[in-house]
Design a protein around this ligand. Structure first.
Ligand code: ZN
Length: 238
């Protein structure tokens, strides 16, 4: 690898947003690697999805090892030990007194970015890319750009290594994220996102809807469904 090559590490969960981010990174950086975290999610569907998606990008989209490199999978059960949320325990998904969904895992994205930055430092990468989105319904505080700016400054300072946290979906609606996926890789990639990415909080992959697999009722399914319908409506009106 030459010194002038741009290199980025993508936080890749196997969901719709991080899969779109990965495609965006492949179009915007010379070389890309991925990182995923196993932290005792109550469904393993996302983790299986990420393996499938990486395989398809390599085989069907012809991203070679020189372009889409190593996948780093970190076992992060510690997060499970310190969390008691609907995403990692069996609890029901509901809004909490703090106005956040019970799926909020406190500090999760802060830890993900920090751990990914340590890998980026070791690998000589200048950027960590994540699919966080302020316009998302959830209002997770550690998805906000101002919080990530603060963390980026702290991590860069703490490692004495300039690292950029890049969030291409930050101000996009879900419909715009579907559109971005289409613009990057075309209609077949929309099908890949429908079939191979996973978003449902309940880990339900029993039924394939127009917008993909899921229970169709949890907050994550509803926002994915609504975004897809808006994307199709906007495409048809042109
Ligand atoms: Zn669902």
């Amino acid at each position: 690898m030459s010194q002038s090559q741009t290199r980025a590490l993508v936080l890749f969960s196997g969901g719709q947003d991080s899969t779109t981010c990965l495609a965006w990174a492949l179009h915007n950086y010379d070389y890309v690697e991925t990182v995923g975290f196993n932290y005792g999610q109550r469904h393993v569907a996302e983790l299986e999805c990420r393996t499938n998606i990486l395989g398809r990008l390599r085989n069907e989209y012809c991203y070679s090892e020189e372009k889409l490199g190593q996948d780093h999978m970190l076992d992060f059960q510690t997060l499970y030990q310190i969390s008691d949320t609907a995403l990692t325990s069996g609890a029901e998904i509901k809004m909490t007194e703090r106005g956040l969904p019970s799926t909020f895992v406190p500090g999760r994205n802060l830890l993900f970015f920090t751990l990914a930055s340590a890998i980026a430092y070791r690998r000589g990468f200048s950027a960590v890319i994540g699919g966080m989105c302020e316009t998302d319904f959830s209002g997770y505080p550690d998805c906000r750009r101002d919080v990530l700016n603060d963390l980026q400054a702290a991590v860069s300072g703490g490692m004495d290594y300039p690292i950029e946290f890049v969030t291409p979906l930050m101000y996009k609606t879900k419909a715009e994220t579907w559109k971005l996926a289409f613009d990057l890789e075309g209609g077949d990639f929309i099908e890949l996102i429908k079939n191979d990415t996973h978003t449902c909080y309940k880990g339900d992959r029993s039924a394939l809807h127009l917008w993909g697999y899921g229970c169709g009722e949890c907050p994550a399914c509803l926002i994915r469904k609504e975004g897809y319908e808006q994307y199709i409506a906007a495409s048809n009106s042109k």
